[in-house]
Ligand binder design. Structure first.
Ligand code: SF4
Ligand code: FES
Length: 246
């Protein structure tokens, strides 16, 4: 395929930035989206130009780093995949592809397509954990029976990879799908009960401090989430928050 790429280039956090057009040729449908950007970057480096900065690590849909907004959709036109799992066969010869960073005031652009998502880490640090005494007296996890439905729902919530697509796609820049998943994965398990109240109060407080907006039930986050995190996790978080507040 021969394609036209329109990519957001921004030298640094203070730079105004803008879209830059790059033609690219001989792209195979079997390539991943990031491999296609690798080809472009190799061409740019060979010409002595600055390569496009983008985040990536695992390239297998696990780490949540590859935050790109492609043709107006977080992680591009496919469903249930991250940008690194998106294949070029989703595009056709002659297409123009617009590539931007995930946009939110709480995810400031560092350079080109790289954004700072440390706000998610601060929310996680505020309560997204359980404290377990590891002094040698730890119980075997299987010694506490957990109902199949709760175990399945907790596991589903735990598949959130913290990519930020939910925030990028939400008109309110809401992080409630992410925070809901992190709260729900513990609230459904006995191991998460000890710190349940502090967890939800502290995580929601930090979410608000970071400047994320509120959920207005549009549901765009659920559609664009590469891990299929359900809106019901927001309902679980709201219930936990209410219980902890009274
Ligand atoms: S809820 Fe989905 S879209 Fe949001 S951070 Fe988690 S995996 Fe990404
Ligand atoms: S690079 Fe790890 S999820 Fe895409």
């Amino acid at each position: 395929m021969d394609l036209t790429l329109k990519i957001w280039r921004q030298k640094g956090p203070e730079d105004k930035g803008g879209m830059v057009t790059y033609p690219i040729s001989n792209i195979s449908g079997h390539m991943s989206f990031l491999e296609m950007i690798d080809v472009l970057n190799e061409e740019l480096i060979n010409k002595g130009d600055e390569p496009v900065a983008f985040d990536h690590d695992c390239r297998e849909g696990i780490c949540g780093m590859c935050s790109m907004y492609i043709n107006g959709e977080a992680h591009g036109p496919d469903r249930g995949v991250t940008t690194c799992q998106l294949h070029m066969r989703m595009f056709k010869d002659g297409d123009t592809i617009h590539i931007e960073p995930f946009r939110s005031d709480s995810f400031p652009v560092i350079k080109d397509l790289v954004v700072d998502r440390s706000s998610f880490e601060r929310i996680q640090q505020a309560g997204g954990f359980i404290s377990v005494n590891t002094s040698g007296n730890t119980q075997d996890a299987n010694s506490i029976p957990i109902g199949k439905e709760d175990a399945d729902n907790a596991m589903d919530a735990a598949t959130c990879i913290g990519c930020g697509a939910c925030v990028a796609t939400c008109k309110n820049s809401s992080a409630m799908l992410f925070v809901g998943a992190k709260v729900a994965q513990y609230s459904l398990l006995p191991q998460g009960q000890v710190e349940a109240k502090d967890r939800v109060l502290n995580m929601v407080k930090q979410m608000d401090l970071e400047g994320f907006g509120n959920c207005t039930n549009t549901g765009a986050c659920e559609v664009e989430c590469p891990k299929g995190i359900s809106l019901k996790n927001i309902a679980i978080m709201n219930t936990e928050y209410l219980k902890a507040s009274i």
